[in-house]
Design a binder for this molecule. Sequence first.
Ligand SMILES: [Fe+2]
Length: 142
Amino acid sequence: MALEWNDRFAVGVDEIDNQHKELFKRVNSLTDAMMHKRGKDEIAGVFKFLENYVIAHFGMEERCMARYNYHDEAAHKVQHNEFIKAFNELKKRYDEVGASSDVVVMTNSKLGGWLRTHIPVTDKALGTFILSLKAEIGRLAV
Ligand SMILES: [Fe+2]
């Protein structure tokens, strides 16, 4: 079942929202492929995408937190690091056994959980913080 991006997931900072939308697209494409029994064909592309994404996207959020002295930086980074750890374990399993059904299902489930929990709660709190700073001191770079 596809999880469509909507305002509930918007953190209000375009640079962050655009990258999140890209992740939604990827996850939905994997889910769709799985429903059509093509999940195993899609998974290599998902891992390749995630390898770059976690570095670029988490890096951007973390630079932002550091730059603006975000009060919840440590807890937010813990969640990023837990995701990276889970991703590395899935990737290791993929490298060992290839595109097995369990790797496809576990990866999809991990990503779906991330979209449903990290983005609307943890990232949204960061977005709210950035927006409040912007309101106070004008335009800020992320
Ligand atoms: Fe985040």
